[in-house]
Structures are given as C-alpha cells and as structure tokens.
Design a protein around this ligand. Structure first.
Ligand SMILES: Nc1nc2c(ncn2[C@@H]2O[C@H](COP(=O)(O)OP(=O)(O)OP(=O)(O)O)[C@@H](O)[C@H]2O)c(=O)[nH]1
Ligand SMILES: [Mg+2]
Length: 354
C-alpha cells in the first residue's frame, strides 16, 4: 500500500540578539570607552535526515518549530549567547516542499543530509564595534537581525506492509494505537477515522508499517461511506488484517460485508492474504468466543484468531502472524526483482543439462 504521509509545519528561526550599549567605568576614567558586545545569533531551523525513522507521524502532533532568539550583547565586549538550533529529524525519502505543496525544496535520499530552512538572525553589533578614530564613544548599537519564518510541507511516500480493514467500530484504530506509537482518534461511534493513519509496529526485533483506514460499509466499493477512497491504498499492501467486532450479534454478516466490498472493488485485493481476527474478547464469555469463532471459521474457511485490542490480550500472536506473511512476501518480491534484473541483463536462466 503506497501512502503519502505528510505534514504541514511552521518554522521560525530566532532573531539575533541586540548589541549592547555599554561604557566601561573605571577608577581614573570618569567616562570610559564603549565596550558593548554584539548580540548572539538566533537559532536556525534545520531539517536532518536520520536513521531509525519510518514515518512523519510526529509532525502531525507538533506543527510549530521555533528556535529561540540570540542573547543580548554584554559589557566587556562579550558577545551574547547564540541560541541553539532546532533540528527536525526526518526519515530517508522525505521531501520538503514550499507552502504550495508543489515546489520542491529538498529531497532527502541519504542519512546525514541536512538543510537549513530558516537561518537564525545575526546578532546586532554592540557599541564597541562602532568605535572609530573620530568617535571614541559612540552611542550607537544595532538591534538583532530578524530570523526567518515559513510554512513548508514534509512529505514521505511509504509503503504500508499491512492494512487494517473492518466495519466501523471494529477496533482498528485501537489496534494501531496498541501496537505502534501512532495515536489515532478512538471513539465508540462509526467513522471516527477519517483519513488513513500509519504506525510502525515493532515485533520480534523487526518492524513493519501498519495502516489504519476508515471503516468500510456496505456499498463502500461504489463510493458509500469513507473507506472506498482509501481502498486503492490497501491494494498495494502485503497482507490484510481483518478485524471483526466480537460484541456484535452477526459476526458472519460483518465479515461477509467486508469481503463483498473487497471483491467488488478489485479481485487482486480480495485475493490478498488475510488474517481474520475476532476482537473485543474481553467483553465476551468463553462460550460466546467459541461459538463466534466457530461460526466465522465455517463462513470464512480459515482459522480465526482472537484478541482484545484494549487489553492487549493475544495481540502479539497476530503481530507475529502478520510478520511471517510480510517477510515471505518480501522474499518473494526480492526473488522476482532479481529474476527480472537477470532477464534484463540478457542472461538465460540456468537450466540443468545432463
Ligand atoms: N471492550 C473492547 N472495546 C474495544 C476493543 N477494541 C476497541 N474497542 C472499542 O470500540 C470502539 C471503536 O474503536 P475504534 O478503534 O475507534 O474503531 P475503528 O474500527 O477504528 O472505527 P472507525 O474509525 O469508525 O472505522 C471504541 O469505543 C473502543 O474503545 C476491545 O478489544 N475491547
Ligand atoms: Mg478508526
């Protein structure tokens, strides 16, 4: 599933500190020379490409990044303290665009690349800097130079490995928030999720990207509800995680509604690997769980896993099951790519000859 993860952020660098207007007063000199130092440099705002990030999710929650102003110049010709830079860490593959969301400013393709987006203002000069042969005691000093500010878009194209599907209220967002650092909105009414949300799930020392899309309802493939807009995204992921709310009467009906929509939307979507999970088992009696699992397994013709996204019960088992499919799919993809590369190079596949 190819995703556009993006965030609009406001950046502001610090102003330079003002220069100082200071005169040294010493014992025998009633009115000494100027010794006001320069103001400190304001902090810059810098974007840096770092290791270990997969999404821009953090930028959805904090949108304003402001560096501090430089400090005032001081007496004895001391320069004011420079303000620290503010560094926005982004993953490889991030693009920075102007506020119009079209004009490209930077394209980060390697770890360690960085760019100053708003330069901190220089400090103003203190009066010591204006001393000359004709003016031994200037009363002149400069205010600090202003910093810069701008809005930019951060944009990251990434592939989600697994996609959550299910009716509204099935607990998809709860699952995402229980398994990743993503903090999607969760509520007991349908269509809480309005746009896809992504999270990076860590399991067994590995990571994969999980996407939560708005709930699907009957007619979704024809444009009813919200989910259809995002079904195209799910088309490219490696595995579907299908959640069924165990507290509803008709679990089989819920399952079938989603399957019908997936099939109506695209055959290859319906043909994807799917892990089927009965959620909310914390609210069910053991007999109810057994009964519902049996009904679902019969209708779906596959094994059904059970979890509570809220308590975290058995969630890990689902994650390992997802990881297994994702790894297998990645290996297959790699093998296919190698095969294609070999063909391109004009090499005949090696065949065994007696
Ligand atoms: N008891 C119980 N409640 C759950 C569980 N998982 C989710 N819920 C509740 O079910 C409601 C819906 O959860 P969401 O995670 O918002 O559901 P969703 O599938 O993302 O819903 P949409 O975004 O509308 O498609 C919330 O009130 C959750 O607290 C669970 O394991 N047990
Ligand atoms: Mg949701």
């Amino acid at each position: 599933m190819k995703f556009l993860d993006q965030a609009k952020v406001y950046l502001k660098s610090g102003n330079g500190g003002p220069g100082s207007l200071s005169f040294r007063r010493e014992k025998y000199i009633e009115f000494g020379g100027p010794d006001g130092g320069d103001g400190g440099r304001g902090g810059s705002v810098i974007v840096e490409c770092v290791e270990g990030l997969n999404t821009l999710i953090d930028y959805r929650y904090q949108q304003h990044f402001k560096a501090k102003n430089g400090g005032h110049g001081m007496g004895r010709n001391r320069t004011g303290p420079a303000a620290p830079d503010v560094i926005l860490k982004v993953p490889v593959g991030t693009q920075v665009l102007e506020e119009d969301n079209e004009t490209l400013i930077a394209d980060f393709t390697e770890i360690g690349q960085s760019l100053v987006l708003c330069k901190g203002g220089d400090g103003g000069r203190g009066n010591a800097a204006f001393k000359s042969s004709t003016n031994r005691a200037p009363r002149r000093f400069e205010p600090g130079w202003p910093g810069e500010d701008r809005w930019v878009w951060l944009r990251l194209k990434l592939i989600a490995d697994a996609g959550l599907v299910g009716l509204p209220n099935a607990g998809k967002s709860t699952f995402l928030s229980a398994t990743s650092r993503a903090r999607p909105k969760i509520a007991d009414y349908p269509f809480t999720t309005l746009v896809p949300q992504l999270g990076v799930v860590g399991v067994g020392g590995k990571e994969f990207v999980l996407a939560d899309i708005p709930g699907l309802i009957e007619g979704a493939s024809e444009g009813i509800g919200l989910g259809h807009r995002f079904l195209g995204h799910v088309e490219r992921c490696r595995v579907l995680l299908h959640l069924v709310d165990g507290t509803q009467e008709d679990v089989v009906g819920a399952y079938k509604t989603i399957r019908t929509e997936l099939e109506a939307y695209a055959q290859d979507l319906a043909a994807k690997d799917e892990i089927l999970v009965l959620n909310k088992i914390d609210s069910l009696l053991d007999e109810e769980i057994e009964e519902k699992v049996a009904e679902l397994e019969k209708a779906a013709g596959k094994k059904v896993m059970t979890i509570s996204a809220v308590t975290g019960d058995k969630v890990d088992e689902v994650l390992f099951a997802l990881l297994e499919i994702i790894n297998r799919d990645k290996q297959e993809e790699k093998a296919e790519e190698e095969e294609a590369a070999r063909k391109e190079a004009g090499e005949e596949p090696k065949t065994w000859q007696p």
